[in-house]
Design a protein around this ligand. Structure first.
Ligand code: UGA
Length: 432
Protein backbone atom coordinates (compact mmCIF):
# COMPACT_ATOMS: atom_id res chain seq x y z
CA UNK A 1 0.00 0.00 0.00
CA UNK A 2 1.04 3.65 -0.34
CA UNK A 3 1.67 5.02 3.14
CA UNK A 4 2.85 8.39 4.45
CA UNK A 5 4.38 8.95 7.86
CA UNK A 6 4.55 12.49 9.20
CA UNK A 7 7.43 12.92 11.64
CA UNK A 8 10.75 11.06 11.50
CA UNK A 9 11.59 10.76 15.20
CA UNK A 10 12.16 7.33 16.78
CA UNK A 11 8.58 6.24 16.17
CA UNK A 12 8.06 7.71 12.69
CA UNK A 13 11.38 6.57 11.26
CA UNK A 14 11.12 3.03 12.61
CA UNK A 15 7.47 2.76 11.53
CA UNK A 16 8.10 4.05 8.00
CA UNK A 17 11.17 1.86 7.53
CA UNK A 18 9.52 -1.30 8.84
CA UNK A 19 6.43 -0.70 6.69
CA UNK A 20 8.73 -0.39 3.66
CA UNK A 21 10.57 -3.56 4.67
CA UNK A 22 7.22 -5.38 4.63
CA UNK A 23 6.66 -4.27 1.02
CA UNK A 24 4.62 -1.07 1.38
CA UNK A 25 5.59 2.08 -0.51
CA UNK A 26 6.38 4.70 2.10
CA UNK A 27 6.93 8.47 2.14
CA UNK A 28 8.40 9.88 5.36
CA UNK A 29 7.76 13.58 5.91
CA UNK A 30 9.68 15.86 8.27
CA UNK A 31 9.62 19.65 8.58
CA UNK A 32 13.34 19.61 9.40
CA UNK A 33 14.92 19.98 5.94
CA UNK A 34 18.41 19.16 7.28
CA UNK A 35 17.17 15.89 8.72
CA UNK A 36 15.47 15.03 5.43
CA UNK A 37 18.71 15.76 3.57
CA UNK A 38 20.67 13.60 6.02
CA UNK A 39 18.26 10.69 5.57
CA UNK A 40 18.19 11.09 1.78
CA UNK A 41 21.98 10.85 1.79
CA UNK A 42 21.94 7.61 3.81
CA UNK A 43 22.75 9.28 7.19
CA UNK A 44 21.07 8.51 10.53
CA UNK A 45 19.82 11.06 13.06
CA UNK A 46 19.58 8.45 15.86
CA UNK A 47 21.32 5.27 17.00
CA UNK A 48 18.91 2.35 16.81
CA UNK A 49 20.32 -1.15 16.22
CA UNK A 50 19.54 -2.48 12.73
CA UNK A 51 17.73 0.64 11.53
CA UNK A 52 20.44 2.19 9.36
CA UNK A 53 20.84 -0.94 7.21
CA UNK A 54 17.05 -1.24 6.78
CA UNK A 55 16.69 2.43 5.76
CA UNK A 56 19.45 2.12 3.17
CA UNK A 57 18.10 -1.19 1.84
CA UNK A 58 14.57 0.17 1.38
CA UNK A 59 15.69 3.49 -0.10
CA UNK A 60 17.73 1.52 -2.66
CA UNK A 61 14.70 -0.68 -3.40
CA UNK A 62 12.61 2.44 -4.08
CA UNK A 63 10.12 1.64 -1.31
CA UNK A 64 11.18 4.42 1.09
CA UNK A 65 11.59 8.11 0.40
CA UNK A 66 11.94 11.30 2.43
CA UNK A 67 10.48 14.75 1.85
CA UNK A 68 9.77 17.91 3.80
CA UNK A 69 6.48 18.48 1.95
CA UNK A 70 3.38 17.39 3.88
CA UNK A 71 1.35 18.27 0.79
CA UNK A 72 3.27 15.72 -1.30
CA UNK A 73 2.98 13.07 1.42
CA UNK A 74 -0.77 13.50 1.81
CA UNK A 75 -1.53 13.68 -1.91
CA UNK A 76 0.38 10.52 -2.78
CA UNK A 77 -0.98 8.16 -0.07
CA UNK A 78 -4.37 6.97 1.05
CA UNK A 79 -3.17 6.31 4.58
CA UNK A 80 -1.36 9.03 6.51
CA UNK A 81 0.24 8.28 9.90
CA UNK A 82 0.89 11.05 12.42
CA UNK A 83 4.08 10.43 14.44
CA UNK A 84 4.97 13.86 15.77
CA UNK A 85 6.12 14.71 19.31
CA UNK A 86 3.63 15.24 22.13
CA UNK A 87 5.94 16.94 24.66
CA UNK A 88 5.09 17.47 28.31
CA UNK A 89 3.86 20.83 29.60
CA UNK A 90 5.09 22.29 32.90
CA UNK A 91 1.94 21.07 34.72
CA UNK A 92 2.45 17.47 33.49
CA UNK A 93 -0.20 17.80 30.77
CA UNK A 94 0.47 17.10 27.09
CA UNK A 95 1.29 19.75 24.50
CA UNK A 96 -0.86 18.76 21.52
CA UNK A 97 0.07 21.71 19.30
CA UNK A 98 2.10 19.55 16.87
CA UNK A 99 -0.82 17.12 16.50
CA UNK A 100 -3.23 19.99 15.91
CA UNK A 101 -0.88 21.70 13.45
CA UNK A 102 -0.33 18.52 11.43
CA UNK A 103 -4.09 17.81 11.42
CA UNK A 104 -4.69 21.24 9.86
CA UNK A 105 -1.93 20.67 7.29
CA UNK A 106 -3.35 17.27 6.36
CA UNK A 107 -6.83 18.81 6.03
CA UNK A 108 -5.45 21.46 3.69
CA UNK A 109 -3.73 18.90 1.47
CA UNK A 110 -6.48 16.27 1.17
CA UNK A 111 -7.35 15.54 -2.45
CA UNK A 112 -9.24 12.23 -2.01
CA UNK A 113 -10.46 9.82 0.72
CA UNK A 114 -7.80 9.45 3.44
CA UNK A 115 -7.32 7.37 6.57
CA UNK A 116 -5.50 9.48 9.14
CA UNK A 117 -3.81 7.32 11.75
CA UNK A 118 -2.43 8.66 15.00
CA UNK A 119 0.69 6.84 16.24
CA UNK A 120 1.83 9.51 18.70
CA UNK A 121 1.05 8.95 22.38
CA UNK A 122 -1.95 11.18 23.09
CA UNK A 123 -4.59 11.72 25.78
CA UNK A 124 -7.88 9.88 25.41
CA UNK A 125 -10.31 11.77 23.15
CA UNK A 126 -7.54 13.27 20.98
CA UNK A 127 -8.69 11.25 17.95
CA UNK A 128 -12.13 12.81 18.20
CA UNK A 129 -10.49 16.26 18.24
CA UNK A 130 -8.33 15.38 15.23
CA UNK A 131 -11.46 14.33 13.33
CA UNK A 132 -13.22 17.60 14.26
CA UNK A 133 -10.18 19.66 13.22
CA UNK A 134 -9.82 17.94 9.86
CA UNK A 135 -13.51 18.40 9.16
CA UNK A 136 -13.23 22.11 10.02
CA UNK A 137 -10.14 22.84 7.91
CA UNK A 138 -10.69 20.58 4.90
CA UNK A 139 -11.90 22.65 1.96
CA UNK A 140 -12.11 19.80 -0.57
CA UNK A 141 -15.25 17.67 -0.77
CA UNK A 142 -13.57 14.43 0.34
CA UNK A 143 -14.24 11.89 3.04
CA UNK A 144 -11.83 10.62 5.69
CA UNK A 145 -11.50 8.38 8.75
CA UNK A 146 -9.41 8.89 11.87
CA UNK A 147 -7.78 5.88 13.56
CA UNK A 148 -5.74 5.49 16.73
CA UNK A 149 -2.89 2.99 16.35
CA UNK A 150 -0.57 3.37 19.36
CA UNK A 151 3.00 2.11 19.19
CA UNK A 152 4.65 -0.12 21.78
CA UNK A 153 8.27 0.03 20.57
CA UNK A 154 11.13 0.08 23.03
CA UNK A 155 14.09 2.20 22.05
CA UNK A 156 17.10 -0.02 21.42
CA UNK A 157 14.85 -2.91 20.30
CA UNK A 158 12.47 -0.91 18.13
CA UNK A 159 12.97 -2.74 14.81
CA UNK A 160 12.47 -6.12 16.42
CA UNK A 161 9.45 -4.91 18.38
CA UNK A 162 7.90 -3.53 15.18
CA UNK A 163 8.50 -6.69 13.14
CA UNK A 164 7.27 -9.04 15.88
CA UNK A 165 4.64 -7.12 17.85
CA UNK A 166 2.79 -8.75 20.76
CA UNK A 167 -0.34 -7.07 19.40
CA UNK A 168 -1.50 -4.34 17.05
CA UNK A 169 -4.18 -2.02 18.42
CA UNK A 170 -6.54 -0.32 15.98
CA UNK A 171 -8.98 2.16 17.50
CA UNK A 172 -11.76 3.40 15.21
CA UNK A 173 -14.74 5.74 15.06
CA UNK A 174 -16.38 3.60 12.36
CA UNK A 175 -15.64 0.20 10.78
CA UNK A 176 -14.79 1.67 7.34
CA UNK A 177 -10.96 1.91 7.80
CA UNK A 178 -10.60 -1.53 9.45
CA UNK A 179 -9.92 -3.64 6.30
CA UNK A 180 -7.18 -1.24 5.11
CA UNK A 181 -5.56 -1.15 8.56
CA UNK A 182 -5.63 -4.97 8.73
CA UNK A 183 -4.03 -5.16 5.29
CA UNK A 184 -1.21 -2.80 6.35
CA UNK A 185 -0.36 -5.03 9.30
CA UNK A 186 -1.01 -8.39 7.58
CA UNK A 187 2.71 -9.04 6.85
CA UNK A 188 3.60 -9.04 10.56
CA UNK A 189 1.31 -11.92 11.52
CA UNK A 190 0.49 -10.32 14.87
CA UNK A 191 -2.80 -10.49 16.78
CA UNK A 192 -4.87 -7.45 15.83
CA UNK A 193 -7.32 -5.94 18.27
CA UNK A 194 -9.96 -3.52 16.98
CA UNK A 195 -11.42 -1.19 19.61
CA UNK A 196 -13.24 2.11 19.79
CA UNK A 197 -10.89 5.06 19.41
CA UNK A 198 -10.96 6.17 23.07
CA UNK A 199 -10.07 2.67 24.28
CA UNK A 200 -7.08 2.51 21.93
CA UNK A 201 -5.76 5.81 23.27
CA UNK A 202 -6.26 4.62 26.84
CA UNK A 203 -4.50 1.31 26.13
CA UNK A 204 -1.27 3.17 25.42
CA UNK A 205 -1.22 5.30 28.57
CA UNK A 206 -2.52 2.44 30.71
CA UNK A 207 0.16 0.04 29.39
CA UNK A 208 3.09 2.42 29.90
CA UNK A 209 1.85 3.40 33.36
CA UNK A 210 1.46 -0.25 34.32
CA UNK A 211 5.02 -1.05 33.22
CA UNK A 212 6.30 1.92 35.24
CA UNK A 213 4.24 0.64 38.17
CA UNK A 214 5.87 -2.77 37.82
CA UNK A 215 9.34 -1.20 38.04
CA UNK A 216 8.40 0.94 41.05
CA UNK A 217 6.91 -2.14 42.71
CA UNK A 218 10.14 -4.12 42.44
CA UNK A 219 12.14 -1.04 43.45
CA UNK A 220 10.00 -0.77 46.60
CA UNK A 221 10.59 -4.49 47.22
CA UNK A 222 14.33 -3.84 46.77
CA UNK A 223 14.18 -1.48 49.76
CA UNK A 224 12.70 -4.29 51.87
CA UNK A 225 15.39 -6.64 50.57
CA UNK A 226 18.07 -4.26 51.81
CA UNK A 227 16.37 -3.89 55.17
CA UNK A 228 16.03 -7.65 55.59
CA UNK A 229 19.17 -8.88 53.88
CA UNK A 230 17.24 -10.62 51.07
CA UNK A 231 18.09 -10.62 47.35
CA UNK A 232 15.72 -8.74 45.00
CA UNK A 233 16.81 -10.73 41.95
CA UNK A 234 15.79 -13.98 43.64
CA UNK A 235 12.51 -12.41 44.74
CA UNK A 236 11.87 -11.17 41.16
CA UNK A 237 12.63 -14.62 39.76
CA UNK A 238 10.29 -16.30 42.20
CA UNK A 239 7.53 -13.79 41.51
CA UNK A 240 8.11 -13.74 37.77
CA UNK A 241 7.75 -17.51 37.34
CA UNK A 242 4.06 -17.02 38.09
CA UNK A 243 2.71 -16.60 34.55
CA UNK A 244 0.18 -14.09 35.86
CA UNK A 245 3.04 -11.80 36.92
CA UNK A 246 5.89 -12.49 34.46
CA UNK A 247 9.60 -11.78 35.01
CA UNK A 248 9.91 -8.87 32.54
CA UNK A 249 10.20 -5.33 33.94
CA UNK A 250 11.06 -6.62 37.39
CA UNK A 251 14.69 -5.47 37.32
CA UNK A 252 15.35 -3.25 40.31
CA UNK A 253 17.31 -0.17 39.29
CA UNK A 254 18.06 3.42 40.19
CA UNK A 255 14.67 4.21 38.68
CA UNK A 256 13.07 4.39 35.25
CA UNK A 257 13.64 7.27 32.87
CA UNK A 258 13.53 8.07 29.17
CA UNK A 259 11.23 10.15 27.04
CA UNK A 260 8.17 7.92 27.65
CA UNK A 261 7.52 6.58 31.16
CA UNK A 262 8.04 9.79 33.20
CA UNK A 263 6.10 11.85 30.66
CA UNK A 264 3.28 9.35 30.14
CA UNK A 265 2.81 8.81 33.88
CA UNK A 266 2.45 12.56 34.51
CA UNK A 267 0.12 12.84 31.54
CA UNK A 268 -2.07 9.94 32.67
CA UNK A 269 -2.34 11.45 36.15
CA UNK A 270 -3.33 14.83 34.65
CA UNK A 271 -5.79 13.27 32.17
CA UNK A 272 -7.44 11.36 35.03
CA UNK A 273 -7.61 14.52 37.13
CA UNK A 274 -9.18 16.46 34.27
CA UNK A 275 -11.90 13.81 34.08
CA UNK A 276 -12.49 13.94 37.84
CA UNK A 277 -10.50 10.88 39.01
CA UNK A 278 -7.54 11.05 41.38
CA UNK A 279 -5.18 8.27 40.19
CA UNK A 280 -3.28 8.24 43.49
CA UNK A 281 -1.68 4.85 42.73
CA UNK A 282 0.33 6.42 39.91
CA UNK A 283 1.43 9.32 42.10
CA UNK A 284 2.96 6.72 44.42
CA UNK A 285 4.74 5.16 41.41
CA UNK A 286 6.35 8.55 40.72
CA UNK A 287 7.25 9.00 44.38
CA UNK A 288 8.94 5.59 44.63
CA UNK A 289 10.87 6.33 41.44
CA UNK A 290 12.20 9.63 42.81
CA UNK A 291 13.06 8.05 46.16
CA UNK A 292 14.99 5.24 44.46
CA UNK A 293 17.45 7.75 43.02
CA UNK A 294 17.68 9.59 46.37
CA UNK A 295 18.49 6.30 48.10
CA UNK A 296 21.22 5.53 45.58
CA UNK A 297 22.86 8.92 46.02
CA UNK A 298 22.63 8.45 49.80
CA UNK A 299 24.26 5.03 49.45
CA UNK A 300 27.20 6.71 47.75
CA UNK A 301 27.49 9.51 50.29
CA UNK A 302 27.05 7.15 53.28
CA UNK A 303 29.96 5.07 52.00
CA UNK A 304 32.31 7.86 50.90
CA UNK A 305 31.18 10.11 53.80
CA UNK A 306 32.02 13.32 51.94
CA UNK A 307 31.47 13.46 48.16
CA UNK A 308 32.95 16.94 47.75
CA UNK A 309 36.41 16.76 46.21
CA UNK A 310 36.13 13.04 45.27
CA UNK A 311 36.65 11.81 41.73
CA UNK A 312 34.04 9.29 40.57
CA UNK A 313 33.96 7.19 37.43
CA UNK A 314 30.51 6.75 35.86
CA UNK A 315 29.69 3.98 33.38
CA UNK A 316 26.59 4.74 31.33
CA UNK A 317 24.85 7.97 30.34
CA UNK A 318 21.97 6.73 28.15
CA UNK A 319 18.63 6.18 29.91
CA UNK A 320 19.02 2.47 29.20
CA UNK A 321 21.06 0.02 27.12
CA UNK A 322 21.19 -0.02 23.30
CA UNK A 323 20.39 3.64 22.73
CA UNK A 324 22.12 7.02 22.48
CA UNK A 325 19.05 8.70 24.02
CA UNK A 326 19.82 10.77 27.13
CA UNK A 327 16.40 12.41 27.54
CA UNK A 328 15.27 12.11 31.18
CA UNK A 329 18.15 9.71 31.74
CA UNK A 330 18.56 8.56 35.36
CA UNK A 331 22.31 8.30 34.61
CA UNK A 332 22.53 11.99 33.67
CA UNK A 333 20.39 12.94 36.68
CA UNK A 334 22.80 10.97 38.89
CA UNK A 335 25.86 12.68 37.34
CA UNK A 336 24.34 16.11 37.93
CA UNK A 337 23.53 15.31 41.56
CA UNK A 338 27.05 14.05 42.18
CA UNK A 339 28.44 17.22 40.57
CA UNK A 340 26.19 19.30 42.81
CA UNK A 341 27.67 17.51 45.82
CA UNK A 342 31.12 18.57 44.57
CA UNK A 343 32.36 15.40 42.81
CA UNK A 344 34.61 15.45 39.74
CA UNK A 345 33.42 12.94 37.13
CA UNK A 346 35.05 10.71 34.54
CA UNK A 347 32.28 9.27 32.34
CA UNK A 348 31.81 6.75 29.53
CA UNK A 349 28.93 5.48 27.40
CA UNK A 350 29.20 3.26 24.30
CA UNK A 351 26.78 5.41 22.25
CA UNK A 352 25.45 8.39 24.19
CA UNK A 353 28.53 10.57 24.79
CA UNK A 354 27.89 12.93 21.88
CA UNK A 355 24.31 13.61 22.94
CA UNK A 356 25.35 13.84 26.62
CA UNK A 357 27.82 16.62 25.81
CA UNK A 358 24.92 18.98 25.15
CA UNK A 359 23.58 18.60 28.70
CA UNK A 360 26.50 17.41 30.83
CA UNK A 361 29.51 19.70 31.05
CA UNK A 362 32.60 19.88 33.29
CA UNK A 363 33.16 16.14 33.14
CA UNK A 364 35.96 14.13 31.51
CA UNK A 365 34.62 12.00 28.67
CA UNK A 366 36.74 8.82 28.52
CA UNK A 367 37.10 6.79 25.30
CA UNK A 368 37.47 3.30 26.84
CA UNK A 369 35.26 1.80 29.56
CA UNK A 370 38.28 0.12 31.16
CA UNK A 371 40.03 3.49 31.66
CA UNK A 372 37.17 5.29 33.40
CA UNK A 373 38.23 4.20 36.91
CA UNK A 374 41.76 5.66 36.55
CA UNK A 375 42.50 7.77 39.63
CA UNK A 376 38.89 7.56 40.86
CA UNK A 377 37.76 7.11 44.47
CA UNK A 378 34.93 4.85 43.32
CA UNK A 379 33.16 3.59 40.21
CA UNK A 380 29.41 3.97 39.57
CA UNK A 381 27.37 1.89 37.09
CA UNK A 382 24.33 3.82 35.88
CA UNK A 383 23.15 2.12 32.65
CA UNK A 384 22.63 -1.60 31.99
CA UNK A 385 24.79 -1.85 28.84
CA UNK A 386 25.62 -5.59 28.49
CA UNK A 387 29.27 -4.83 27.62
CA UNK A 388 29.81 -3.45 31.13
CA UNK A 389 29.57 -7.04 32.34
CA UNK A 390 32.81 -7.67 30.41
CA UNK A 391 34.67 -4.91 32.29
CA UNK A 392 38.33 -5.76 33.01
CA UNK A 393 37.76 -5.93 36.77
CA UNK A 394 41.46 -6.52 37.60
CA UNK A 395 42.35 -3.34 35.77
CA UNK A 396 39.47 -1.45 37.37
CA UNK A 397 40.59 -2.54 40.86
CA UNK A 398 44.18 -1.43 40.16
CA UNK A 399 42.99 1.88 38.67
CA UNK A 400 40.73 2.80 41.56
CA UNK A 401 42.26 4.59 44.55
CA UNK A 402 39.91 2.42 46.64
CA UNK A 403 38.16 -0.66 45.25
CA UNK A 404 34.59 0.62 45.62
CA UNK A 405 31.81 0.04 43.05
CA UNK A 406 28.23 1.33 43.27
CA UNK A 407 26.08 -0.62 40.82
CA UNK A 408 22.68 0.94 40.07
CA UNK A 409 21.84 -1.88 37.63
CA UNK A 410 22.85 -5.08 39.48
CA UNK A 411 25.20 -6.23 36.70
CA UNK A 412 27.57 -8.33 38.80
CA UNK A 413 27.34 -11.17 41.29
CA UNK A 414 27.72 -9.89 44.85
CA UNK A 415 29.80 -12.83 46.14
CA UNK A 416 32.11 -12.75 43.12
CA UNK A 417 32.75 -9.02 43.51
CA UNK A 418 33.58 -9.46 47.17
CA UNK A 419 35.97 -12.33 46.32
CA UNK A 420 37.69 -9.99 43.85
CA UNK A 421 38.28 -7.56 46.70
CA UNK A 422 35.65 -4.90 45.93
CA UNK A 423 33.40 -3.08 48.33
CA UNK A 424 30.39 -3.62 46.07
CA UNK A 425 27.08 -1.86 46.70
CA UNK A 426 24.14 -2.64 44.42
CA UNK A 427 20.34 -2.44 44.58
CA UNK A 428 18.30 -4.65 46.89
CA UNK A 429 20.88 -7.37 47.40
CA UNK A 430 21.91 -7.77 51.00
CA UNK A 431 22.29 -5.03 53.58
CA UNK A 432 22.61 -1.54 52.08
C1 UGA B 1 8.71 2.30 26.75
C2 UGA B 1 7.81 1.05 26.60
O1 UGA B 1 8.51 -0.11 27.09
C3 UGA B 1 7.41 0.83 25.14
O2 UGA B 1 6.52 -0.28 25.05
C4 UGA B 1 6.72 2.10 24.62
O3 UGA B 1 6.36 1.98 23.26
C5 UGA B 1 7.67 3.28 24.78
O4 UGA B 1 8.03 3.42 26.18
C6 UGA B 1 6.97 4.52 24.29
O5 UGA B 1 5.95 4.90 24.87
O6 UGA B 1 7.38 5.07 23.25
P1 UGA B 1 11.30 2.84 26.31
O7 UGA B 1 11.02 4.15 26.97
O8 UGA B 1 12.03 2.80 25.01
O9 UGA B 1 9.92 2.05 26.04
O10 UGA B 1 12.15 1.97 27.34
P2 UGA B 1 11.91 0.75 28.34
O11 UGA B 1 12.69 -0.42 27.86
O12 UGA B 1 10.50 0.53 28.62
O13 UGA B 1 12.64 1.32 29.67
C7 UGA B 1 12.17 2.49 30.33
C8 UGA B 1 12.98 2.74 31.58
O14 UGA B 1 12.71 1.75 32.59
C9 UGA B 1 14.50 2.71 31.38
O15 UGA B 1 15.09 3.74 32.14
C10 UGA B 1 14.89 1.35 31.91
O16 UGA B 1 16.23 1.27 32.34
C11 UGA B 1 13.93 1.20 33.08
N1 UGA B 1 13.67 -0.20 33.47
C12 UGA B 1 13.10 -1.07 32.61
C13 UGA B 1 13.98 -0.61 34.78
O17 UGA B 1 14.49 0.19 35.59
N2 UGA B 1 13.72 -1.90 35.14
C14 UGA B 1 13.14 -2.79 34.29
O18 UGA B 1 12.91 -3.95 34.69
C15 UGA B 1 12.84 -2.37 32.99
Amino acid sequence: MNLTIIGTGYVGLVTGTCFAEAGHKVICVDKDADKVKLLQGGGMPIYEPGLEELVQKNVRAGRLQFTSSTQEGVEKSEVVFIAVPTPPMPDGGVDLSFIEGVSREIAGAMNSYKIIVDKSTVPVKTGEKVAETIKRYCKAKVDFDVVSNPEFLREGFAVDDFMKPDRVVIGVLSQRPVPAMKEIYAPYQAPIIVTDINSAELIKHAANSFLALKISYINAVSVLCELSGANVQEVAQGMGMDARIGRKFLDASLGFGGSCFPKDLSAFIRISESMGYDFGLLKEVQKINAEQMNRFVKKISDTLWVIKGKTLGVLGLAFKQNTDDVRMSPAIDLCQRLQKEGARLRVYDPQAMEKAKAILSDVTYVADMNDVAEGCDALVIATEWPQFKKLDLDKVRKNLAHPIIFDGRNLFDVGEMERLGFLYKSIGRGKA
